[in-house]
Design a protein around this ligand. Sequence first.
Ligand SMILES: *Cc1c(COP(=O)(O)O)cnc(C)c1O
Ligand SMILES: [Zn+2]
Length: 467
Amino acid sequence: MNPACRATYSVSETLVDCSKCGHLLDIAYDWNRVPLPGSLKQFESRWSSRRNPLDFSGVWRFRELLPFARDEQIVTIGEGQTILQSSAGVGKYAGFQTGKLLLQYEGLNPSGSFKDNGMTAASTHAHMVGAKVAACASTGNTSASLAIYSSTTRLFETIVFIGSGKIAYGKLSQALDYGAKTLQIQGDFDDALKQVRDVCAARGIYLCNSVNPFRLEGQKSIMFRVLEALNWEVPDWIVVPGGNLGNSSAFGKAFFELKELGLIHRIPRLAVINATGSNTLYQLFEQHKIRWNGGKLDEAKINGFFGQMDTDNRRASTLATAIEINRPVNLLKCLRALEVCDGVVREVSDEAILEAKAQIGAGGFGCEPASAAGVAGAKLLREQGVISPSDQVVCILTGHQLKDPTSTVAYHSVDPARLSAIATAEDDAYATMLSKAGVTQTPAANRPIVVENKFESIMALLDRIGC
Ligand SMILES: *Cc1c(COP(=O)(O)O)cnc(C)c1O
Ligand SMILES: [Zn+2]
C-alpha cells in the first residue's frame, strides 16, 4: 500500500504487512496471464451451471477477476447468493424518485453478513498455504463468518478474539454455536485486533481480519453482482457504511480494475458513511482534508490525529457496533478508493441510523444498525443536494436484521417520553441504551400494544385500531 515501496511477495506467503515498510499488502495481478472473458456478460452464463460450486458461488462466479487461486484450491460454502432489490418505501423515505434507490441485501449470506464474501477468499488462501489454525478479532460478524467456514469445511480450527464491551448477541451466538474457540479480551475491538495480530505473528496462526488482503479480493464481488443486476450499467452512486473500511476499499479496487481492463467505461461515485460516534474517516477526510493524493499522502498528519485520539482517550461509541472502530485498518486503501471514485464521507447519528433501520424494516428488508447507516447517509446526501433524486443509487445492506435484535426491540418498544431525560430512564434498560446513544425520538417505532388478557378487551382494542 506504500507506492514508494516496490517490495513484492509471492501468493504462497502469509504476510499481512510488508516486512520492508510495514504498510498493509495490496494484491496485484498480472492480467496478461489471466484468460479474461471478452465481456462481463459472460459471467452470467455460469448461472446455467449451478451444480458446479464455483459457478454457484456469487464470489467465484467471477473468479477471473480475483485470480489468485487454482479452481481446486477454492473454498466455498455457496456465499454471495445476494440480490439487488428496490423498496418503494425506503426510496421515498430517503428522497429518491421511484426505483432510483436500490438495496444490495448482503444479509442473505450464509452467516448473515457481507463478511462471507471476503472470508471465502481468506479461507481459500489459508487452505492454499496449509494453515491449520485461523484467527480473527471481531465486533461480531467477522467471527461469525470465520466460524462458519471453519465448521463447514473442517479445514482449520478457529479462534475468535472479541472485546468485552458491546457485541450483538446474534453474532456472539453464531461463533459459539459454530464451535469457534472464543476469547473475550478485556478491552474493545481495537485492543482485540492488536492482540490477535501479535498472537498470530508469534504462533504462525493464519490471520483473517480485513488486514488480510485476500478478504478484500472476495468483497470486490459485491460490486460485480451489483453491476450484473443492473445489466452491467454502472450506477451513479454506491453508498456503504464504513468501519474498518475493507468494503469501501474493495469496492474502489473492483472499479479501478474493471476500468483498467476495459470492462467498464465509467466509475460510480462512492459515499462512505460513518456513525457520528465513530467518525475517524469523516474527520480525516472531510475535516482535515486528508487525501490519497496518488499515494503521496500526509501520513504525519494522520499519525498526529491518532496520537491526539490516544492523548484525549477518545473511544468510538455507537449502537451500530459493526462500525464502532477507532483506527480503521484499511484507511489508506479507502482513501485510494475515495480518490478513484470521486468519493465523499458523511457521518450520521445513532438516532438517524435507527430511524432508517426501522424504515428499511418496514420496507421489507431487515438489517442491523450499521447497515442502516448507508440509507441514512443516502438520505443526508440527498438533503444536502450532493445526490440528486434521479440518480441511480445503490446502498449496501451489510448485515441481517437478526444479528442484533436488541437494538430493534429497544427502538420499537421504548416509551419515547422516557428518552428525554436519562435520569428517568435509569430503570429501563432499553431507554437507557437509547438515551446514552443520544436517541431522543423514535418516529418510525412500531410499539407493541399492551392489552388485558380478556377477549372483550382485545376486541375493543381491534375496534379502536381499525382492524
Ligand atoms: C464489518 C461490517 C461493517 C463495516 O465494514 P468495513 O469493511 O469494516 O468498513 C458494516 N456493517 C456490517 C454489518 C459489518 O459486519
Ligand atoms: Zn513495503
